[in-house]
Design a protein around this ligand. Sequence first.
Ligand SMILES: Nc1ncnc2c1ncn2[C@@H]1O[C@H](COP(=O)(O)OP(=O)(O)OP(=O)(O)O)[C@@H](O)[C@H]1O
Ligand SMILES: [Mg+2]
Length: 404
Amino acid sequence: MVAVKDVFVAGGMPKVTYVSRASLNLERDLRREITEGYKVICVTGPTKSGKTVLTRHILGVDTSAKVEGGHVKSSEEFWSLLLQDLQLPIEHSIANSSENSASFKWLISASTKLSEGETVKYNNLNKQSILKYMIKNNLALVVDDFHYMPTDIQKEVVRALKSAIFDGLTAILIAVPHRAFDAIGVEREMEGRFAHIEIPSWRIEELKDIARQGFPALNMRVDPSCIMEFAKESNGSPLLMQRFCGRLCQNYDVHEKMSYEREFNPSDSVRVEIYEGVAKQFGFPSFEKLSKGPQSRSRRIDRNLAGGGGSMDIYQAVLRAVSMTGPKEKIHYNEIRDQLKSLLEEPNVPQKHEVSAALGHMSGIAKDGIEGEPVLEWSDDYLYITDPFLMFYMRWIQRGDAAK
Ligand SMILES: Nc1ncnc2c1ncn2[C@@H]1O[C@H](COP(=O)(O)OP(=O)(O)OP(=O)(O)O)[C@@H](O)[C@H]1O
Ligand SMILES: [Mg+2]
């Protein structure tokens, strides 16, 4: 039986709806770098663009050991997580290993200690033992969300990898911004033993492939114009596309492959319901942080809405005005000002310097107060919205509220 949740996988590893984006040659490039070996491979791309999925697809789970950068606060933690992921088969290894060196014995005893909850001390020698074990067993090292690790640990890891890579270790470091690697000078440190695979944001046709592979597997024939609209509303994010398709099935109470083929032509209201429902789950956390503005002791002025019906502070009003532009990816101050004029009562409309200051503060929050790449940026009278989920939230919840 084919279940919908195994076809449209939003947030996990898709199989039926895995899209290779063949024209980009991402698989071929990553495979080539791995085959060549003797290098550190950096995989970068926008948030939720498929970095983990691509790496997992090429590498599989049995040929690598993985550390999640988001869980690492200290150097000890990095090596402990790696050792835990290696799951050394204790007795088997000792009995069958031709290597009976002190370092190998240390590995076994350290992993036993860890599994019993004890802490283990690491020095350069035993870090190298872990990496040697990986080389010997042909295991690649994958550090996912590398950018979440503190900078000093990123540097330490890269330094520790250097000689292991010379000896044949394959290391794949995954991060959102390319800057993460520039900042700590990985390329310089690795001198010609550095490869970069960049995953671009998704094009409409690639997003449509998710639907084109998934619906037929469930015996569903869905109106192509609906699939087109889903792809456009995804703002370049395969995660949103997967979610829309999954929700469409739910909407028609389809939970598994149907016994015969059926046609579906979702109405406007069905599609809007899907968008509004999905928007509530994505984008809200960053929107909320932005709309609170910076912490300050003084109370902000309440600005009355035009036509009565309540008030907003400047952060809420500016974000609402931005949403009312569409929102677009790049918005000039004048457009925001025009929307503020229609949103607020005349004497309450903020001055340019006030709007600019509020957007400047939001830019700061986006940079330092929200994890990952900044979701928006205010620069030279232009606002750039760079996060597909924030964009989607503003479009379907904020703009919708403005119209009510
Ligand atoms: N090649 C693909 N084919 C189909 N769907 C995909 C593909 N890549 C990603 N997706 C969808 O997007 C979701 C997010 O993918 P993934 O976790 O790999 O992104 P990421 O770039 O690693 O995100 P993060 O920045 O959070 O680490 C997947 O769970 C899946 O729903
Ligand atoms: Mg990931």
